[in-house]
Ligand binder design. Structure first.
Ligand code: SF4
Ligand code: FES
Length: 218
């Protein structure tokens, strides 16, 4: 049984008894959407590695274990109800610069005609695998969103299509991250350990270089 199926069983029992079910977030249940965000026994997405809560199985626990489930904790993730938090702060960081502008007036260049070396393409793809779950924030004692934001900056920074708006992108996304109330990077690397997609701390280093370069230009 998966962890979320266990919660389904719990809720069926509560509903059958006429009690309120426990509210929790989920959608794809296959590690893609990033909505299933639970702090399980003190760890975002629970005790297993490189998986989301929906990919966690009850075989990771022993019979009779007490399991403590909490919502992700961060000032920028206010609790909506029970185990559901509001992560629209991530959406606003994305909206501040997590996009590229493409001329679609008939002169659009076919993306396949722009050569990109394999290393950069692979690194960009790795950064793009961030699912915006928020585990990095929940794992950080400062509730920093540096790993998330740096992944979103990096996926464009590594591609020629992303260079056009690179300066304003990094400045605006970092400004929005600060405005939302996320803390500073604690340099402990807890975010990388708890990230279900293995997003590397190298993304933070890249974002810092991008930010420094952009600040000097400004
Ligand atoms: S960097 Fe990892 S932990 Fe943070 S939001 Fe992206 S996928 Fe989740
Ligand atoms: S429900 Fe979509 S990642 Fe878990």
């Amino acid at each position: 049984m998966s962890f979320l199926e266990m919660l389904d069983v719990l809720n069926e029992g509560l509903i059958n008894k006429g009690e309120e079910p426990v509210v929790f977030d989920h959608d794809c249940r296959e590690g893609i959407c990033g909505t299933c965000s639970l702090q399980i026994n003190g760890e975002p997405h629970g005790p297993d590695r490189l998986i989301t809560t929906c990919q966690l199985h009850m075989r990771m626990f022993k019979d009779g274990d007490t399991i403590i489930i909490e919502p992700f904790r961060a000032k920028a993730f206010p609790v909506i109800k029970d185990l559901v938090v509001d992560r629209t702060s991530f959406d606003r960081i994305q909206q501040a610069g997590g996009y590229i502008s493409v001329n679609t007036s008939g002169n659009t260049i076919d993306a396949n005609t722009i050569p990109i070396n394999k290393h950069d393409a692979d690194e960009s793809f790795n950064s793009a695998t961030c699912i915006g779950c928020g585990a990095c924030v929940a794992a950080c004692k400062n509730a920093s969103a540096m790993l998330f934001t740096s992944a979103k900056v990096s996926q464009f920074a590594l591609l020629p299509q992303g260079r056009i708006e690179a300066t304003e992108r990094v400045l605006n996304m970092v400004a929005q991250m600060d405005k939302e109330g996320f803390g500073n990077c604690s340099n402990t690397g807890a975010c990388e350990i708890e990230c279900p997609k293995g997003i590397s701390l190298e993304n933070i280093a890249r974002m810092n270089r991008e930010y420094l370069g952009a600040s000097l230009k400004g």
